[in-house]
Ligand binder design. Structure first.
Ligand SMILES: Nc1nc2c(ncn2[C@@H]2O[C@H](COP(=O)(O)OP(=O)(O)O)[C@@H](O)[C@H]2O)c(=O)[nH]1
Ligand SMILES: Nc1ncnc2c1ncn2[C@@H]1O[C@H](COP(=O)(O)OP(=O)(O)O)[C@@H](O)[C@H]1O
Length: 186
């Protein structure tokens, strides 16, 4: 089963996901995306993302190897199709942590997907988190915050909206959604 996790940059998607993956009973697998963004200091190729150059990314688009793809603040991001299919064949609940344009593409192709949008308690808190992470320079932070406002405006497209105020509470809410839709049925 497919689970789409979206939300603005810095809202805590990665942090909440890490908590979710500690719960083995959820039977989750993470779909590793491909991106042209440069790796952050702690990120590893093949774990956080497959980091590629733009020409390689465009080749994947041409070869129809991506389930979805989008441009986000100057970089390309996409979901390799084969890997997702392999994980689904293994019976996993596959988590796509992707932005809104990509999520809309997957919703069309897979209307049964469980779609979750994570919102911050406030825009001020979102700004604190994105700055606190210290991974982007000022210009990019500004662009990501502007993007965040537009993204939050699309939250109605998702089946569930979960606020990430307390990390563990957000994790519990999402785990409950997944359990109700996937684990208990199967
Ligand atoms: N459409 C799409 N978006 C992705 C993919 N992988 C990551 N993203 C999204 O791209 C945006 C930027 O990701 P990133 O640069 O890692 O920043 P972060 O979300 O602040 O950690 C986030 O909204 C991610 O969820 C993908 O394969 N496809
Ligand atoms: N509930 C929370 N309360 C306070 N800080 C949080 C919370 N969730 C995440 N953070 C912090 O916010 C920053 C951005 O989180 P991250 O998981 O990288 O976001 P995303 O993956 O959505 O871009 C990180 O420094 C993280 O530790």
């Amino acid at each position: 089963m497919l689970i789409i996790l979206s939300g603005p940059s810095g809202v805590g998607k990665g942090t909440v996901r890490e908590e979710l993956f500690k719960d083995e009973s959820l039977n989750l697998a993470y779909s590793i995306s491909m991106t042209t963004r440069k790796p952050r200091p702690a990120e590893k190729d093949g774990i956080d993302y497959f980091f590629v150059e733009e020409d390689e990314f465009k080749k994947k688009i041409d070869e129809d190897k991506l389930l979805e793809w989008a441009q986000f603040v100057g970089n390309y991001y996409g979901t390799p199709k084969d890997y997702v299919d392999q994980l689904l064949d293994e019976g996993k609940n596959v988590v796509l942590e992707i932005e809104v344009q990509g999520a809309l593409q997957v919703m069309k192709k897979c209307p049964y997907a469980t779609t979750i949008f994570i919102v911050p308690p406030s825009m001020e808190e979102l700004e604190r988190r994105i700055r606190g992470r210290r991974t982007e320079d000022e210009e990019i932070v500004q662009q990501r915050l502007a993007k965040a406002r537009k993204e939050i405006a699309t939250k109605g497209e998702y089946k569930y909206v979960v606020e990430n105020d307390d990390i563990l509470e957000a994790k519990d809410k999402i785990a409950k959604i997944i359990r109700e839709h996937h684990v208990d049925q199967g």
